[in-house]
Design a protein around this ligand. Structure first.
Ligand SMILES: *[C@@H]1O[C@H](CO)[C@@H](O)[C@H](O)[C@H]1NC(C)=O
Ligand SMILES: *[C@@H]1O[C@H](CO)[C@@H](O)[C@H](O)[C@H]1NC(C)=O
Ligand SMILES: *[C@@H]1O[C@H](CO)[C@@H](O)[C@H](O)[C@H]1NC(C)=O
Length: 586
């Protein structure tokens, strides 16, 4: 980000907590005086206490009905964090509930890195509330089909779940298609196996309550408990969080407050199309190639110190592109050995392409990931890259004082939610065969030869026909997504987002009509992982802090930085951690 940022100075740590505690005591005293408080802090259903990880946050749990319509279903437990407003109490504007995407990014843990960024955008007058969706992180029940992270790692090792598709030279020839069909058959068998396993270890009923629909009811409950029955719900969501935002506004239009969503996946396609048709992915990949081309140009212009993928002799970005293409083709013909005890095995073309696709999403990781790619591509050492592709566990985490164990199956939470949201196949509907699926992938490959087959397995999402939770549990929300909202939703898109393009944001904006405003900003990366323009930041600040709705339906914020390789390091650690969480690593 550049230096003339309008961002508020960062709040001092721990101050917010002290203030809350003091205020609680005052409130308690007043309660005794008047005997009229609805609930004293000690009766509050959430017992907040400073988080172990960062004492400027408060952590707590909220027990919620497992089924809001059926008390006999028992209760579930949500893990929450609160990043308290630092303004005087009289200026407090309430809460903003967040969702950081995936599905599968644990809100509690992600908030320690991201909530301070959100405060810089929205100002210091809201409490920022983050939570783990059911099935995830510190919430209960938790998706744990395999017992341990290591078991799940073993299940995926060297399969298409890990390597993703390797695309033959000519995928449209009968031989090429057969190579893809073979891999898709393996994927179907893996989906079938893990589905059956999750059915026996978790049970369909528990999984059936994991969905975006349930998440909205949980958010309503959080708002009810923290603010009040009729409070409007403010929301900040990125990536899959835009699906949550769309559901929120359209399931509870009367409670829709300020809803800001960044990096759109359209809710109606999400909830009404079988993933196997590739309809959603084809829309989402719209800017993938354009983003890759800009990445190469930025790399060339940044020079080999900042972007080790570039070598001195390169005359243009095309030289870098050619070298990577040749490397991928060589791996396609013959996977490369990695003879290093830290990650022994081999590297495939699919592994390189899916890493490349991740790189495009997060400029904050460019320093680290381009170095790793350059080691493999320019110097023939695939050790680090293979470590990354296999998400080889790092140092074991120190024991958690609360006994919490990371099960490393966040990818299956993605499946739990997306299958909870997806249309079940009807009894008379034929499940797609490997051939059917590959034929749809080939359509994607016609338009997107480089990444058209990459995301399909890199983000586990399909295979809901095998998932025990599909079609189980509360009635899933399927739209319509065009409800009239008192406060228009603020939609953000980036000009170069490889997986949630402007086209998807525009699609949603068209669906919502006057109930949304669209901002397109000139930046590269996925959703909130891209560096924000000052222009976009100011629109968000005004929306949350001053209630200003952009007058025009669409606003364009042009690019503000010279080169995206420069000055991204500060975001690296935060986003690298996030990446590991969402990709199921440790
Ligand atoms: C294995 O890889 C590490 C870096 O990951 C490197 O330091 C070490 O020298 C490599 N060992 C061999 C035998 O190549
Ligand atoms: C909202 O969408 C539904 C379903 O797509 C459609 O039938 C209805 O006419 C739309 N309403 C408005 C006001 O556009
Ligand atoms: C759209 O919304 C704006 C403010 O939110 C309002 O001033 C305007 O009249 C609306 N236009 C239509 C066509 O509803």
């Amino acid at each position: 980000m550049n230096t003339k940022s309008p961002f508020a100075p960062p709040a001092r740590k721990a101050r917010g907590y002290k203030k809350v505690k003091v205020l609680s005591l005052v409130l308690l005293a007043l309660c005794w005086a008047y005997w009229r408080c609805p609930s004293s802090p000690s009766q509050s259903p959430i017992a907040w206490s400073p988080c172990r990880e960062d004492a400027s946050f408060l952590c707590g749990y909220l027990e919620v009905p497992t089924d809001y319509k059926d008390p006999s279903a028992g209760t579930s437990k949500l893990a929450l964090t609160k990043y308290p407003a630092t303004c005087p109490e009289s200026e407090n504007l309430g809460i903003i509930i967040t969702n950081y995407g995936g599905p599968g990014v644990p809100g509690r843990d992600a908030s320690f890195g991201e909530a301070p960024n959100i405060r810089k955008l929205v100002g210091n007058r809201h409490d920022i509330i983050s939570f783990d969706q059911r099935g995830l992180g510190h919430s209960l029940p938790k998706v744990n089909c395999f017992g341990t992270a290591a078991n799940y790692q073993r299940f995926k090792a060297n399969t298409v779940f890990e390597t993703t598709f390797s695309v033959p030279e000519d995928p449209f020839s009968p031989e090429g298609r057969a190579v893809l069909v073979e891999q898709q058959k393996e994927a179907l068998a893996l989906e079938d196996a893990q589905g059956a396993l999750c059915g026996s270890t978790m049970g369909a009923e528990a999984l059936g309550y994991m969905s975006t629909t349930t998440t909205i009811y949980d958010m309503e409950e959080i708002s009810r408990v923290l603010v009040g029955e009729d409070a409007l719900i403010n929301f900040y969501g990125g990536s899959y969080g835009t699906v949550v935002g769309a559901y929120l506004g359209n399931m509870l239009p009367h409670k829709a407050g300020k809803i800001y969503i960044d990096g759109v996946a359209p809710g109606d396609i999400w909830s009404n199309e079988h993933y196997e048709s590739q309809a959603l992915l084809r829309l989402l990949l719209t800017d993938s190639e354009k983003t890759y081309q800009l990445f190469l140009t930025e790399c060339f212009n940044a020079g080999s110190t900042l972007c080790p993928l570039r070598i001195q002799e390169d005359k243009s970005a095309q030289d870098i592109e050619l070298r990577i293409d040749n490397f991928v083709s060589k791996l396609q013909a013959q996977p490369m050995r990695v003879a290093n005890v830290t990650s022994p095995g081999y590297l495939t073309s699919g592994g390189v392409l899916s890493t490349m696709f991740l790189v495009l999403q997060m400029p904050g990781t460019w320093a680290r990931l381009t170095d790793m790619l350059a080691s493999a591509i320019n110097h023939g050492d695939g050790t680090e890259l293979r470590k990354f592709v296999t998400r080889a566990p790092g140092d074991p985490a120190p024991p958690d004082p609360e006994g919490y164990v990371e099960t490393g199956q966040g990818e299956l939470l993605r499946l739990a939610i997306s299958c909870g949201d997806a249309p079940p196949y009807r009894a008379d509907e034929k499940w797609p065969t490997a051939e059917d699926i590959v034929d749809d992938i080939l359509i994607s490959l016609k338009t997107y030869p480089r990444f058209g087959a990459t995301v399909h397995l890199m983000e586990q999402h399909g295979g809901c026909q095998f998932w025990p939770g599909t079609g189980v549990g509360p009635k899933r929300f399927t739209g319509p997504f065009n409800k009239t909202l008192a406060t228009p939703t603020l939609i953000m898109a980036n000009t170069h987002d490889p997986i949630t393009p402007y086209a998807a944001a525009k699609y949603m904006h068209n669906t919502m009509g006057n109930s949304s405003r669209l901002v397109l900003q000139g930046t590269i990366g996925h959703s909130y992982l891209a560096p924000m323009t000052d222009c976009g930041a100011e629109i968000i600040r005004q929306y949350f802090a001053e209630g200003v709705i952009p007058e025009k339906p669409e606003t364009f914020c042009p690019r503000e930085v010279d080169n995206f390789f420069v000055d991204q390091e500060k975001q690296e650690a935060v986003h690298f951690k996030l990446l590991n969480q969402v990709m199921g690593g440790q």
